[in-house]
Design a protein. Structure first.
Ligand SMILES: *[C@@H]1O[C@H](CO)[C@@H](O)[C@H](O)[C@H]1NC(C)=O
Ligand SMILES: *[C@@H]1O[C@H](CO)[C@@H](O)[C@H](O)[C@H]1NC(C)=O
Ligand SMILES: *[C@@H]1O[C@H](CO)[C@@H](O)[C@H](O)[C@H]1NC(C)=O
Length: 622
């Protein structure tokens, strides 16, 4: 049996064991669906496992903690629950999910509620070239209602959030307020004495405020109060009471909820949309250590343009028509480019985009006059912003941006690091690599690859700034290292690279070769790529190839890097399909975990990590 037949045979067996949901999932059913994913602290997902409709589970924070977020639609006096799983004393119907689809920036659910269809679209904009838009920590939920029976119906929609959005400890006291301007805005936070700057409980930030807002146009009502009271009110009356509960109390004490409702009036077959904005603002966002051991407070970039939460929300609603167009264009581009590789690849990349960007925040600091200084803009990542790999990234950035200022400004440091690589990269000492969870190892073949590419990258950086002598010297060092490395790193059989020099039976994914491709260096001989490609063919399991011979697990990001350096499309495609099979196989209800077993798809704890950005490796080569 050939390789591909083996893999698909095993998958058929596996998939037939899972119960499929009654609704369709396009392009695939992921482990968890991004709902509002913009920052490390605005990160709401719908867990799936083998499939749960929008009203079959509560949304979760990326860690798995429950986030109260409910939705009802009232059609001719009958209320249907379309989001969350509330229980009430008043009877109500459940809407029935018909389909689910995701794109790079949107998750779209269609549910039928009696004689209307309800389309719920969660849009988390991804616009890294627009710092203002990218830095606004809000997401959109648009609920669109249309009649399906050629009659008009009287329709109201309802949604609320709980105070679970503001802390990792539900015993803390929450405060809240509701403001009516051009919007109706609920603001919720933990009581100020309990707020703690830059502190987390269960990965949740302990300062700042959550916001839930709707435009104050038409017949809009609001209410705050105990979850049962507020939801019963809407289910019975189809509208809210415009009353405020001011008994500030613990998040879990008669669960206060913050509800918004809109009476749409008569709805025919033309869809009637209503947009909600959900967000979490804190200021400052980052404590940054600067020279001399001092620290500085950094704010979200949007504060340099907008001056109050009300203004932020106002602007966010104004942006919506434009953001929806930009998002549709961006989604179409990611999909079309990914489809040039395969449908499975498009399923992976489109699921990864919000996860990667949702772990970042764009920050800015004030100058000595108290004004925001645009030249101080820095992006921070919640995780994996460690120090390795800088030379490769610096060159890649320069090649793509054609902007020499970064390498010019930092030339001295880049060159200083290169000296370390010249000493240490060919024969790496006992150390960890980016796969630190696998432990220390001396003489790591894959680490040497990265180090040698780093030297060659510095040669290119030197060439770009006009230092041709240095460029020629480092190029010749890197090239001679590659020759020596081939002798150290190739197994005695000549069939594969080892995991570590001299350990002939060991091997692993030599994913760091991707840097050679990304930078267009052609530093490593084609025969090395071909040897690895051919070796991997015999070892592909249902969910991928082992990361290395120390364990039977693998990493999705390094699998995709390996696919990007495969010399045969069949090997590339089967590696990509293995990742898609893992994520679409019902093995997890976590946001795209990146570490899992190759044999049975069992995931380990790595969830919602920005390393999912690595899944775009093949797009970076286009
Ligand atoms: C950062 O902000 C906090 C809260 O406003 C303040 O207490 C602290 O002194 C600030 N730190 C610096 C270095 O300015
Ligand atoms: C690492 O490899 C070099 C070159 O083959 C060898 O001299 C050295 O002993 C190895 N170190 C370890 C700890 O295996
Ligand atoms: C090449 O670079 C190495 C490492 O910086 C240095 O030791 C050596 O002197 C350089 N050779 C020349 C010819 O410049």
């Amino acid at each position: 049996m050939n390789l591909l037949a083996c893999v698909s045979g095993a998958l058929l067996l596996f998939q037939s064991a899972l119960a499929a949901p009654s609704w369709s999932a396009t392009p695939i059913l992921p482990g968890s669906i991004p709902l509002a994913v913009r920052t490390p602290y605005l990160s709401a997902w719908l867990p799936q496992g083998s499939g749960r409709a929008l009203n079959e589970a509560w949304p979760q924070f990326w860690t798995g903690a429950t986030l109260g977020w409910a939705g009802f639609v009232n059609v001719d006096g009958v209320s249907y629950n379309f989001m969350g799983t509330p229980t009430l004393s008043t009877p109500f119907q459940k809407a029935v999910q018909k389909s689910f689809e995701y794109t790079a920036t949107q998750s779209i659910f269609v549910l039928s509620a009696g004689a209307v269809d309800v389309t719920v679209t969660f849009l988390s904009p991804v616009e890294p070239e627009n710092l203002l838009v990218q830095s606004i920590p809000f997401s959109y939920m648009t609920v669109s209602v249309a009649s399906t029976d050629n009659k008009v119906h009287d329709v109201s929609i309802y949604s609320d959030i709980s105070a679970e959005w503001v802390s990792g400890d539900n015993n803390l006291i929450a405060n809240w307020g509701t403001y009516k301007t051009d919007q109706i805005v609920h603001q919720i936070e933990i009581s100020v004495p309990q707020q703690q700057l830059f502190s987390e409980v269960n990965d949740r930030i302990q300062h700042g405020s959550a916001y839930y807002a709707i435009k104050n146009h038409g017949d809009v009502t609001f209410q705050t109060g105990a979850d049962h009271d507020v939801r019963n009110q809407f289910v019975q009356k189809g509208r809210l009471a415009n009353t405020r509960d001011t008994n500030f109390r613990a998040i879990n004490d008669n669960w206060p909820v913050f509800a918004l409702s809109k009476h749409l009036g008569k709805v025919g077959k033309l869809p009637v949309p209503t947009t909600f904005a959900i967000g979490h603002i804190r200021d400052p966002i980052i404590e940054y250590i600067v020279a001399g051991g001092k620290s500085e407070n950094r704010s979200s970039y949007f504060w340099s343009k907008l001056h109050s939460p009300a203004e932020v929300i106002d602007h966010f609603f104004d942006l919506y028509p434009r953001s929806a167009i930009v998002a549709n264009k961006f989604d179409a581009k990611i999909k079309a480019d990914s489809l040039k590789i395969s449908a499975d690849y498009a399923a992976i990349t489109t699921l990864s985009v919000r996860q990667a960007f949702g772990a970042t925040e764009i920050s800015i600091r004030k100058d000595s006059h108290g004004n925001y200084d645009p030249s101080s803009t820095l992006v921070f990542m919640k995780e994996i912003s460690s120090d390795g790999n800088i030379l490769i990234m610096a060159l890649s950035y320069t090649q793509k941006s054609k902007d020499l200022s970064f390498i010019k400004k930092n030339f001295q440091y880049l060159d200083q690091w290169t000296q370390f690589l010249i000493e240490d990269s060919l024969v790496p000492e006992l150390q960890i690599s980016s796969d630190d969870f696998a432990g220390h190892l001396a003489n790591q073949t894959n680490l040497a690859i990265k180090g040698i590419i780093g030297i060659r990258a510095m040669a290119e950086i030197a060439n770009l700034v006009g230092d041709k002598t240095r460029g020629a010297n480092y190029t010749s060092i890197a090239e001679s290292y590659v020759k020596e490395w081939q002798v150290y790193a190739t197994a005695a059989s000549g069939q594969h690279l080892t995991l570590a020099y001299g350990q002939d039976d060991s091997w692993g994914l030599s994913y760091n070769l991707f840097g050679d491709k990304l930078l267009g260096l052609n530093l490593f001989p084609q025969s090395v790529y071909k040897m690895q490609n051919d070796w991997y063919k015999a070892f592909i399991k249902p969910f991928g190839i082992i990361l290395d011979t120390r364990n039977t697990w693998t990493k999705s990001d390094w699998t995709i890097f390996t696919a990007a350096i495969a010399t045969e499309p069949a090997v590339r495609d089967s590696l990509i399909s293995a990742v898609a099979n893992f994520i679409g196989g019902g093995h997890t209800d976590a946001p795209f975990p990146d570490l899992y077993e190759t044999g049975d798809g069992r995931p380990y704890g790595f969830r919602a990590r920005p390393v999912a950005g690595g899944h775009l490796a093949l797009l970076a080569l286009m």
